[in-house]
Design a protein. Structure first.
Length: 340
């Protein structure tokens, strides 16, 4: 009889213990987050400075709103390494993990996340997308085509053309390499074509499919034009050093589209601050996570202003003299070239 009572007591204790352990970690996310924490999946298309800055800024924006990694936030991060097919795999994985929100950095990752999340209640917040309307993520009024919103890094093309004209008063042709499958790049090329004539330029474009195409494209294009202008094209940015080598061989400058490209060897840029863009996007995402805003009803935001960044070392490398009065108006001037 004593043995039966002991076994019954032990069984009751085990049952109670199982109940206790079973009720923990049952929040809306995965990876061991507690019940009042958030799980955010970050899908980044490529690994380079501007997109990395977006991600860091995004997390900083969340933190400003009290959502802090390691405290009440678990981050599931993955990088597609410029492989469009991988973006779909990453998006499907994040959906299966039932994250609370997907942050998608760059157009291919945003499109994949949006498609994967369509039949779920998981919101998608994107950043570093040039034209959300053309990408099918936003309506003309800026609101989402579904449970999606975010931020646009639309390039200040006119300001860029003005800058190039001031630095190269006699230039006639601007060369641009772009990835034909990137909606951002296609849209930006059209804007350049529309505005170039107003500043006496002709745009000479070369489309590529993969990063392996960049070397030949840059070599051929550099022999036809007075300068190259880099977009925020993810594939081309990853091959920036190849572009710079081919341009330097012809003693022509390469103009970037943001600060990291200038640090890495472009002569100058009228560019946006990707960290700040990411930060603003993080604040937007925090409000959606807290239930203070709806992704679909929140219009996407756009980078507020462009700033001048200059690299004197890059200019010296090709024998280009930059006017001191022009340098004095730059947000930042770099006197060395760094590589990632």
């Amino acid at each position: 009889m004593k043995k039966k009572k002991f076994l019954a007591a032990a069984l009751a204790a085990l049952t109670a213990l199982a109940a206790l352990t079973g009720c923990g970690g049952s929040g809306s996310g995965t990876s061991g987050s507690d019940s009042d924490g958030y799980v955010v999946g970050i899908s980044q298309f490529a690994e380079h400075g501007s997109l990395d800055n977006c991600r860091e800024g995004f997390l900083a924006g969340l933190e400003e709103e009290g959502i802090v990694e390691g405290e009440n936030l678990t981050v599931e991060y993955d990088n597609a390494q410029s492989d469009t097919s991988t973006t779909a795999t990453i998006a499907s994985s994040l959906i299966s993990q039932k994250v609370d929100l997907i942050a998608a950095i760059a157009t291919p990752s945003a499109a994949a996340a949006y498609n994967a999340a369509r039949n779920t209640d998981i919101p998608v917040v994107y950043t570093a997308i040039n034209d959300p309307v053309a990408a099918g993520l936003a309506k003309e009024d800026g609101t989402g085509t579904g449970n999606v919103t975010g931020s646009s890094d639309v390039l200040p093309v006119e300001e860029q053309l003005k800058m190039i004209r001031r630095i190269l008063p006699d230039a006639e042709k601007i060369g641009i390499i772009y990835t034909t499958s990137e909606a951002n790049s296609v849209s930006t090329i059209e804007t350049y074509k529309e505005l170039a004539g107003e500043y006496g330029f002709e745009i000479v474009e070369t489309g590529i499919n993969t990063i392996s195409d960049v070397d030949l494209a840059a070599s051929n294009l550099a022999q036809q034009v007075d300068c190259l202008c880099n977009l925020t094209d993810n594939t081309v940015v990853q091959a920036l050093q190849t572009v710079l080598e081919r341009a330097n061989a012809q003693n022509i400058p390469v103009f970037g589209s943001e600060i990291e490209q200038v640090k890495n060897g472009c002569v100058a840029s009228m560019g946006i601050d990707y960290y700040e863009l990411g930060r603003q996007t993080g604040i937007m995402a925090a409000k959606i996570l807290k239930g203070e805003a709806s992704a679909q009803e929140t219009p996407f935001i756009t980078a507020e202003s462009a700033q001048l960044y200059v690299n004197t070392a890059a200019a010296d490398k090709i024998g280009l003299t930059l006017d001191e009065s022009y340098l004095s108006g730059a947000a930042e001037v770099f006197d060395e070239i760094t590589t990632d």
